[in-house]
Design a protein around this ligand. Structure first.
Ligand SMILES: [Zn+2]
Length: 279
């Protein structure tokens, strides 16, 4: 496909890459938050029958009867999709394409896969918070704590069929319950610092050759897609590349500096990497 050749040329020639990723990218990695599929049944079949849970996303926003059930759900989710995460070929392809260019990632995916896939923590802005962070539910102080140790302990107890009640974390300052830093949407505490890094990145590459690479973001998305298209419109040397399955949308005003690649993200990234290695 000659479009792929042109895309690779733009990527190799640019000063920096701004990556945006949403659910479509997670799905390409095998994590579908919306599906009541076999993975969901295997992992959360008990929650499905007990609480009528329809998919992972439903569980992430559920009103649990108590903290014990909430932590049982989140621990299973975090343990299986973060702690046990193994870098996928899709993630490897993406990291290889970025190569030694400067980059920044903006994503609504909170599972930390980019960091585990070789992207630097300070360059990944998870706009809706992250699964691996926990904060005081009352936000009495602003610190984001790791929940990895607690999750591992809860899963260990769970595997022995024992109670987890005494493992439920509370705020060390005020005694309130702890929330996953994903329960507040755009008010997630982990976002503050990253937002600043994002603006600095945009500022740094003003007037430079920037490639905006968008992966699996719905055409109506206002949080990542719309602002990304604004950047491309504003920046005269920007190139916009959007990869999506059946939902490629490019604003009329930026069409001449854009590429819309319709298809499976995992296939297209693979093709781009192959072409990338040829030259
Ligand atoms: Zn507190």
């Amino acid at each position: 496909m000659c479009e792929i050749k042109e895309v690779v040329r733009k990527i190799k020639d640019c000063d920096a890459i701004l990556i945006g990723a949403s659910n479509g990218f997670s799905i390409a990695e095998g994590l579908n938050l919306f599906a009541d599929n076999q993975d969901f049944e295997d992992l959360f079949g008990d929650f499905k029958r007990k609480y009528g849970l329809r998919c992972i996303l439903h569980g992430m926003g559920a009103m649990w009867p108590n903290e014990r059930e909430k932590w049982a759900f989140w621990s299973k989710l975090i343990y299986n999709y973060c702690i046990k995460y193994k870098k996928t070929k899709t993630m490897e392809d993406l990291r290889a394409i970025v190569s030694d260019k400067d980059y920044f990632v903006v994503t609504s995916n909170g599972e930390g896969h980019f960091q585990m896939g070789g992207f630097e923590e300070s360059k990944v802005f998870e706009i809706e918070g992250k699964w691996l962070g926990m904060v005081c539910e009352k936000h009495c102080h602003k610190k984001v704590y790791s929940n990895v140790d607690i999750v591992k302990k809860i899963m260990d107890r769970h595997s022995q069929g024992k109670e987890i009640g005494d493992l439920i974390p509370v705020c060390q300052k005020c005694g309130a319950e702890m929330a996953i830093d994903m329960e507040f949407g755009l008010n997630a505490l982990s976002c503050n610092e990253k937002r600043k890094n994002y603006y600095e990145f945009i500022e740094k590459y003003h007037n430079k050759k920037i490639v905006v690479l968008e992966l699996g973001i719905g055409f109506r998305n206002q949080l990542i897609k719309a602002p990304f298209m604004d950047i491309v419109e504003r920046e005269k040397n920007a190139t916009y590349i959007t990869i999506n399955l059946g939902e490629v949308y490019i604003r009329e005003s930026i069409k001449e500096k854009s590429f819309g690649l319709d298809g499976y993200i995992e296939d297209i990234l693979g093709e781009i990497r192959e072409e990338f290695n040829k030259r």
